[in-house]
Design a protein around this ligand. Structure first.
Ligand SMILES: C=CC1=C(C)c2cc3[nH]c(cc4nc(cc5[nH]c(cc1n2)c(C)c5CCC(=O)O)C(CCC(=O)O)=C4C)c(C)c3C=C
Ligand SMILES: [Fe+2]
Length: 414
């Protein structure tokens, strides 16, 4: 098994497998080269093909998949509300069904009973399915005593323009995959299995760069063109687990190994942003657009020199630059793992793109992650005149299911 719970299954050769997406020439780092069609043909139906589609994310583990899993190129976020009459028992049965399906689909198998064949011929394609519970789930199921205080509603922020219908929800599911058909197949299976127990409250679709699109693995870019994700906490860092996951003796105990996710649909006001020159755009963030390096020089990973001043006597990285004021050392140590998807939902009546970031961030405690940083941003972030927070959600994402267990079992049967 490779890092992050990903392994590469050897696919039995099929025409579909040879057709799986591979990186551009020279860009297939981490992806095995495809054998030629002739070679595949000659080996017949037993040819063993490795490809992007063969990458598999593990369902079972200490943590749920889709948190430290490398960003996938396709994402669906979907929230459900329990149907009237559905309570704890029905919710438990749903989580059991969903977990079994997630395990099967993440292994590249078909869904049980009436598979739609949408993902047929494809391998697992790094599919991950992640489940969470919103604050309202606990009152609906009589589990108020089990509700973590970390699920207290997020404070209002002055710059919020939130659409309640597209915010929160009893249950939340995140689906990621490196193939759009595999991702849709999982989305449809999850939605169908909810029938009678929960109905869709909202759904959002996102994307990231396709693996292999760049000559070497690189930090992705967002729709403003910025390198985005540079200073994310790294699993190799000593305090990573403490910052992102609830400890094994954490409170409540059913959240051991879990994490809290904040989801914000952040629209980018791209017409205004694109009118700015590159220099002005760089001043807003405090990093160069070309390679993500700090305005004080070096490479993408060089530490910014926050005190450095220019010939005009002013600090080179402005006091309100986004990358300055979001730093843990400017926020009492508050940190989060950002794992967003870009989105584009067409153009509005004025011809402006309805596009931006499905900002998804993970932390052991939102009060030591998203909340203090967003408070700071709300008070004076140079980026704020170019973005609008349009929807919001906060969900408790329990630890990973052990073999034979389903996600949330310790809550629902504890
Ligand atoms: C409340 C948390 C944050 C929101 C909301 C947010 C929105 C947002 N950010 C960008 C683009 C960039 N953000 C960058 C860094 C960065 N942003 C946050 C938090 C929020 N961003 C943090 C914690 C950090 C890292 C700070 C650090 O430790 O140095 C960067 C710089 C590159 C990087 O480190 O990723 C960019 C670019 C957009 C476009 C956006 C809303 C649409
Ligand atoms: Fe940011």
């Amino acid at each position: 098994m490779a890092d992050n719970g990903i392994s590469r299954r050897r696919l039995i050769g099929t025409a579909g497998a040879t057709g799986l997406a591979l990186g551009a020439a020279g860009g297939a780092v981490g992806y095995a080269a495809a054998p030629s069609d002739a070679a595949a043909d000659s080996a017949g139906s037993k040819a063993q093909l490795a490809s992007l589609g063969a990458d598999q994310v593990m369902f079972h583990g200490k943590h749920q998949p889709g948190i430290t899993t490398p960003l996938q190129s396709r994402g669906h976020l979907i929230a459900f509300d329990l149907a009237s009459g559905a309570g704890r028992k029905e919710a438990a049965a749903l989580l059991r069904r969903w977990s079994a399906t997630a395990e099967r689909l993440m292994a590249g198998e078909s869904a049980d009973g009436g598979d739609t064949a949408v993902a047929r011929d494809a391998g697992p394609s790094s599919l991950s399915v992640t489940f969470g519970f919103g604050a309202s789930f606990f009152s609906r199921t009589g589990l108020e005593k089990q509700r973590p205080s970390a699920l207290d509603p997020l404070p209002d922020f002055s710059s919020d323009h939130l659409d309640k219908a597209r915010s929160n929800g009893d249950l939340w599911v995140q689906i990621g995959a490196n193939d759009p058909l595999v991702a849709f197949h999982a989305l449809r299976a999850i939605q169908k299995e909810a029938a009678g127990t929960a109905r869709v409250r909202w759904q959002m679709n996102g994307f990231n760069r396709s693996p292999g699109a760049t000559a070497r693995p690189m930090t992705t870019r967002n729709l403003m063109g910025q390198v985005d994700g540079t200073n994310n906490p790294k699993p190799s860092e000593k305090d990573f687990d403490k910052r992102i996951f609830v400890p094994s003796d954490g409170d409540p105990s059913w959240m051991a190994g879990g994490s809290y996710v904040v989801v914000r649909r952040i629209r980018m006001l791209l017409d205004d942003w694109e009118e700015l020159g590159t220099k002005a755009q760089e001043a807003v963030i405090g990093r160069h657009k070309s390679d993500g390096s700090p305005l004080t020089g070096g490479t993408e990973t060089t530490e910014p020199k926050l005190d450095e001043t220019g010939p005009d006597g002013k600090v080179v990285i402005a006091a309100n630059a986004h990358a300055r004021i979001t730093r843990p050392d400017q926020n009492g140590g508050a940190a989060m793992l950002r794992r967003p998807f870009s989105y584009h939902d067409g153009f509005d009546g004025k011809g402006e793109p309805d596009a931006g970031l499905l900002f998804v961030c993970w932390q052991a405690d939102p009060m030591r992650g998203f909340v203090p940083v967003q408070r700071k941003l709300d008070r004076g972030d140079a980026l704020s005149e170019f973005i609008r927070h349009e929807a919001s959600g906060l969900f408790a994402v329990p630890g990973g299911a052990g073999k034979g267990e389903y996600v949330g079992q310790r809550l629902l049967e504890g």
